[in-house]
Design a protein around this ligand. Sequence first.
Ligand code: HEC
Length: 254
Amino acid sequence: MARNHNLNLASQGTSLKALFTGYLVVVAVGYLMAIVQIQLTHGLADGKYGLSIDDIVYSYYGNRSNSLLENKLHGSMKPMATDDERAKIISWVHAGATEEAYENDGIRQIFDAKCIVCHNADAGGAVPDYSDFKQIKERAVVDTGASIAALARVSHIHLFGIAFIFMFVGLIFSLASGVPKPLKVTVISMPYIFLLIDISSWWLTKLNPNFAWFVIIGGGAMALSFAFMWVVSMYEMWILPRYREDNRDALLDE
Ligand code: HEC
């Protein structure tokens, strides 16, 4: 095809468009999975479906009127044992969670039968090993939310991982020719600014529950800029060229 090749998404060849599209589609599915995962962990922190401010507060600041063990048994760990077994564990927690009662009152049997399948030494990461009584005991006292170690781990993974994703999404979007410069610069910078706001708010929420709002605002703004870059890039690659040739230069005609 004898056509002018300009520096914009619409006039790239099909192979580069296929590469960009493949990446955008897979990253979008990854984003959806992340949302499902958030609903299934943090979303259940208050025992109800759907992500709310309470969920964020409980996850980072903790539900300080209760222990993590009890909170989880009302939340994401609810399906893991029968109502009767959960009630037994909870009354054991209320009675002081002693090792003696754990061994002698049938609590260990419940953990062995219902929890150790997942909570064992090989699980690693977010799933503590409950064959070690100390790990259970720590979670039977007042819930102060995510530990500093967990926050540090999840923070650095998110900072590196999400910055990487937005590097490529932003690079593809920077080749879009139909977006005015101020809007483009804003949309490209937004994910980075709000990623920092989001993650620093996890730490701040641990200190003060009011910062939970910034976690929601940060995450929401990141998702919005992702959706905008995604839709515009796809449009300029696949729909715009059907109507006309695009001879603008996305990087130089600013
Ligand atoms: C099917 C696997 C599985 C089973 C069975 C299971 N858990 Fe979990 N548990 C997980 C996963 C995954 C997480 C991390 C995600 C989360 O917090 O929801 C977790 C997290 C927890 C936490 C929070 C740990 C922390 O420090 O953040 C507690 C408390 C907990 N489980 C208690 C239990 C109890 C009590 C049982 C048995 C009645 C149980 N779990 C059975 C998979 C399981």
